[in-house]
Design a binder for this molecule. Sequence first.
Ligand code: SF4
Length: 364
Amino acid sequence: MRFVEEYRDAKLGKRLVERIHRRSRKPARLMEFCGGHTATIVRHGIRQLLPPNIEMLSGPGCPVCVTAVADLDKAIAMARLPGVIVTTFGDMLKVPGSYSSLQQVKAEGGDVRIVYSTQDALDIARSNSAKSVVFIGIGFETTAPTIAASILEAEQEKIDNYYVLSLHKLCPPVVKALLDSGEVMLDGIVCPGHVSAVIGSQPYEFIPQDYSIACVVSGFEPLDVLLCIDMLVAQIEGGKSLVEIAYRRSVTHEGNRQALKIMERVFEPCDANWRGIGTIAESGLKLRDGYASFDAERAFDIELEPPREPKGCICGDILRGVKTPPDCKLFRHACRPEHPVGPCMVSPEGSCSIYCHYGAAGGR
Ligand code: SF4
């Protein structure tokens, strides 16, 4: 297949759905760990197409949503510093911190700029040499290599006013933390597509080995997700647990070695704080000592008030898969896309925003 429409072919989709219905007998609880998959599942009504014994849950796969409020407060505090330009991807702007948001600081005169890539942030640093330019580095293993590359570029060009606030998160440690918590019992995992394009499928092998849970890496089109579910059902019905790939056009067993090399050169694993989950050992990335001069955490001395979660918001429970957006009393009332109370309503990969845009019926 070469064109996106082919991955949305209704006839092929119908055949896959029929095969899932024929195969699936046992109760199966599956979790997707990527907000992109949540969007595909809800947008295309995939839950409603599945037999009632298959339950789909959403996990902590939205990078904006899993950013702890204390880390967000740090970014907001940096935007208030004189002589600092904060650059960020757009979906961070409206996320409420404890006391403010980047959007509010911008409205109050702070220099906060939306960028579409780290190249934009580097360009801003090049043309504002008298100012410090901080890039808010959020995301999983997908975005970390390009951010690492921007630091290498800044080093090569001797750009000394470019900093990264590294709030990156790693996917396999959060999967392990969630499974160890025992809060949600799973039979299968829809492994993330973009993350796996970088890290490969190999890092998930501990899941079948240690937890006997089926794993299949999925792409983002409806046929990708249906094929992934079909492969998971085949494993579950056959009493097997393996790591398989249903997204071979982008994902290999060993991942993208070049991207991993760049990421590992600049970053090293560190403990990280996840919204709704807490601190998970070695689940984040910090800049190695050799790149300390680009580290916003070390460059700016920030004092923060104790963090405060938005009142009434259950994003943490939603990110752990124990609740869904309609369980939140504020959903579609006090919290709406134009007036978000929590991060899950801001990001296009956030469950609340997805349910709001494509209909809560998607959350059977
Ligand atoms: Fe938080 Fe709003 Fe979602 Fe409720 S609906 S969990 S307040 S983001």
